[in-house]
Design a protein around this ligand. Structure first.
Ligand SMILES: Cc1ncc(COP(=O)(O)O)c(C=O)c1O
Length: 437
């Protein structure tokens, strides 16, 4: 099938996500035919280094043989069964292994498919917990400024990105936001640590005044992805966790983007030494293969639903909850983490990339070069209002898939990226920035 024909058919039949479709009158879609390691190949055989891990999901490369083998094996046994009233080995094993890995005390796993559905579950579970324990007035949520938790109505109500939210304002529950501890906003002479504590003081004031109505505080630990990879000091997590406990407000750690090793530890919460009331995982949990999300919570929450009356239970469901193929992909992903000592291998990769990225970091057009684990980001001084679009298109010509957010360029590559590929990514990005003018 010729390329042009596929693009026209896609524009006609597929409504692409997060896209003003009219732009594709001039901006061609990229027709991908296959993938291998960090590389995506288009229908003409042209390759692109997937520096954004296909919307932050891919961990161990495209078409990873070990994950492929696990899914293929599972396909011959059981593709799916509903999880209400039924269970299966992959979902039980995955739950047991996750419980061992996450911070202590999160002993119950509730599954869904995408990140946003995990957010919906956590919000509902939190408010339902208060209702079941005699505090039905606790129905409000708070999030950080510039937060992003997904696009469904509940998730959007705790998201603070006007572009995604404004059109649906009348449909959304009004929730408050608190100052975000983004280290780029530190005052002159102030450290990221002190700024984080200053932001926590504002959180404390809010909690003092509103805790009677507050169900939960939802937070992206350490890195706010959609805010442009805003990074902050872990002391904010520790302080926020203490304050939530003090004021009887749940803490929901949305690790959908940052979990599974992305920030340099298996879970970002580890760096703040906290156990939240809810921990949410998705994206990388299946290595980027299949939609799966999980809400992990404590026995205290679980017990508040455990009763003779049906209505006290958590009567939420999705058809594909706990899908065995997705669970096997997740188990294979955990096997790779353990077998290849991925967290420490990533630390070496981070050190290596930081050493070769010096020319990029020191480039006069580059501002706020920052890194946490396997995430790098920086702002580019540019006269072009459509910088993101130009950068994306030029990067494709340089065989790199970059997807800037505004003037923020970021790298979130699959963990299998080699030194040679890192060299190429850093060198070509430098060329791209110079050519963009
Ligand atoms: C922190 C965070 N939460 C939730 C979501 C929503 O996940 P999904 O797109 O799978 O619904 C995202 C997606 O980028 C995210 O970054």
């Amino acid at each position: 099938m010729p390329n042009q024909d596929l693009l026209a058919r896609s524009r006609s039949a597929v409504w692409h996500p997060c896209t003003q479709m009219k732009r594709h009158e001039t901006l061609p879609l990229v027709p991908i035919a296959s993938g291998s390691g960090v590389w995506l190949y288009d229908v003409d055989g042209k390759r692109y280094l997937d520096a954004v891990s296909s919307w932050w999901v891919n961990l161990f490369g495209h078409c990873n043989p070990r994950i492929n083998a696990a899914i293929t094996d599972q396909l011959g046994k059981l593709e799916h069964v509903m999880l209400a009233g039924f269970t299966h080995e992959p979902v039980v094993q995955l739950s047991e292994r996750l419980i061992q890995l996450v911070p202590d005390g999160l002993g119950h796993c509730f599954y869904a498919s995408d990140g946003a559905s995990a957010v919906e579950i956590a919000l509902k579970m939190s408010a339902h917990f208060w209702r079941n324990t005699g505090k039905a007035e606790k129905t409000q949520f708070i999030s950080l400024q510039n937060s992003y938790h997904g696009e469904t109505l509940g998730a959007l109500s705790v998201t603070d990105v006007a572009l995604f939210k404004d059109a649906y304002g009348p449909l959304l529950k009004q929730n408050a936001t608190v100052l975000n501890p983004d280290s780029r906003h530190t005052a002159i002479g102030e450290t990221a640590h002190d700024y984080a504590l200053r932001c926590a003081t504002q959180l404390e004031l809010y909690l003092q005044q509103h805790h009677h109505q507050l169900s939960a505080f939802i937070i992206e630990p350490l890195v706010q992805g959609a805010a442009g990879m805003a990074m902050y000091h872990p002391v904010y997590l520790s302080r926020a966790c203490d304050l939530c406990e003090q004021y009887d407000v749940h803490l929901i750690a949305d690790e959908i983007a940052v979990g599974m090793g992305r920030t340099g530890t298996m879970f970002a919460c580890e760096q703040g030494e906290i156990t939240p009331d809810f921990l949410l995982l998705s994206k990388g949990i299946t290595g980027g293969y299949l939609p799966l999300s999980v809400v992990m919570t404590t026995d205290k929450i679980y017990q508040a639903f455990y009763a003779d009356e049906t209505a006290r239970g958590f009567l939420h469901s999705h058809s594909y909850t706990g899908n065995p193929l997705a669970c096997r992909a997740a188990l294979a992903t955990l096997d790779i983490f353990a077998g290849d000592d991925v967290i420490s291998a990533n630390r070496s990769k981070t050190t290596y990339f930081n050493s070769i990225a010096a020319p990029l970091r020191d480039h006069p057009k580059v501002k706020n070069f920052r890194n946490r684990g396997m995430i790098w980001a920086f702002e580019v001084d540019s006269p072009h209002a459509d910088f993101a679009q130009r950068c994306f298109s030029l990067a494709l010509q340089h065989e790199i898939l970059l997807r800037p957010m505004g003037n923020t360029v970021y790298f979130m590559p699959p963990y299998v990226i080699s030194e040679a590929e890192m060299n190429m990514l850093a060198a070509r990005t430098l060329q791209i920035i110079e050519q963009l003018g």
